[in-house]
Design a protein around this ligand. Structure first.
Ligand code: SF4
Length: 49
């Protein structure tokens, strides 16, 4: 698993601005074909309890 920097610190997998999930799924967001990063999203996000 490469190091993944992620600033979504409200995610349960985030520790010190890095992702510690065992795998990450990224999908398109509101687009049938993504043409920039705004049209992608992390599906693995889990809110902190
Ligand atoms: S699961 Fe997604 S949102 Fe959560 S820390 Fe990892 S990359 Fe960021």
């Amino acid at each position: 698993m490469p190091n993944i920097k992620c600033t979504v610190t409200e995610c349960d997998y985030n520790k010190s601005v890095e992702c510690h999930a065992p795998m990450v799924q990224v999908d398109r967001s509101n687009a049938s074909t993504a043409s920039n990063s705004d049209q992608t999203k992390c599906e693995t996000f889990k809110p902190k309890m």
